[in-house]
Ligand binder design. Sequence first.
Ligand SMILES: Cc1ncc(COP(=O)(O)O)c(C=O)c1O
Length: 471
Amino acid sequence: MFKSEKLAHSIEQFIENGQWKTHEKLPSLREQAQLSGYSLITVLNAYQILEAKGLIYAKDKSGYYVSQPKSVIHPPLTQMQHSKQIQINSTVFRYLKSIQHSDILPFGSAFPNPELLYNPKFMQLLAQHAKRKHSYLNSDNMPPGNHALRQIIANRYILQGVQCETDDIVITSGALNALNLALEALTQPGDFILLQDTVFYGAWQAAERLGLEVVTIPTDAEHGFDLVAFEQALKQYPIKVCWLMLNVQNPVGYTVPNSIKQKIADLLHHYQVYLIEDDVYAELSYGKHKPLPMTYFDRHQRVLHCSTFSKTLGMGTRVGWVHARQFSDAIQHLQLMSTVSVSPLVQNALVDFLSHHHYEKHLRHLRSRLAQYKQVFYDYLAQHLPVDCQIHFFASGYFLWIELAQHCDSFKIYENLLKQNIGIAPSVLFRLEKSTQNYIRLNCSFEWNDTMQYAMQQLCLSIHQHSELRS
Ligand SMILES: Cc1ncc(COP(=O)(O)O)c(C=O)c1O
């Protein structure tokens, strides 16, 4: 171990043991050099190691401070719950309309900053295809979708060790369409489905639309996924289908460890339940390896896996897919009664783009920008939010999940900020439990500038004001 790593390790232990508290100033480089007996350069290197790990942060000309602990999830105080009738669509509709205008700063948006998704090579390929007659031919692109595109998607799974055939894949109009088609193919009105208690609102909307009863399981403090509650729910209720997000979960951000994914797969088989996996952010994990989909662990054809290019190449592509396996035909039946096919032009351009390593390069660039931008937001908020707030930070994606003091209602903060053209996503979109609506999802995929700083100042101010209104 280098001297700087040794020093970083011992400071890390002080932070873990609570000897250095959150936002406490660390000794200056000179003081630390005197205290530890190491050279200034060793101390600087040690601080930089800790900064890269997110354990400390630098303030301009002021020194280094201890960061807020990142990935501890405080589970909301909810238990397993059963809702017979979901009613969320009108709330989501009003919310989406309220943040739609281009004047509203898009911290409430579910999509990454379009500037980062814009890829000149992809645009060039789209323009080339737009000039060719055969690019518009529907016959090669009707359900289940363009064969070459499905083959490329299948190969990407095979590279991860997932068993996947080209014919298992059905191309859809984005992931939301894939998820809805899968749920419709597997359920009848009145059936029971299982969701995590804090989820992407699309899951609630689909349950409402299809007249399904919903059982929810709480968010686990350590891993995000509560395996005990999961098995209990499967035992207690006639669950037909689970709709889960286990990688870079929206809105909280956690990725469930492989050991738990394996147990989920075993339980699905044991209780003969299907899983629809919403896996739209896996490509935005900052780690060396993309998190594994549930299809990797599933040896009994119990998982339908859905993903998209919306989060990596732009929502406007409207190309997603479902790894549907034995349900491919049922899904295509539903597709031919509703969305019919996905734009042949975009499917053809994607084939060219994905065949030539442009995509990997684009993803590397995208991930590194997202990591950089999110860190700046985190550092600012860690310094300026009230001390009773907790920011849930995970090394992936572009959302921060902010937990306010329990008496705060994030919807009021959203309404207040909207008057100033600042959009945020309040927790009422993601969780039904009325007594715990003290969370905000914040999209941090933007480069820091004066406008960002002003908006974050206003957010912190509004949270301070609401925190102080303690009943
Ligand atoms: C978790 C999650 N699933 C699915 C979708 C839908 O993606 P698409 O635009 O591909 O339909 C979104 C988009 O916001 C999302 O956040």
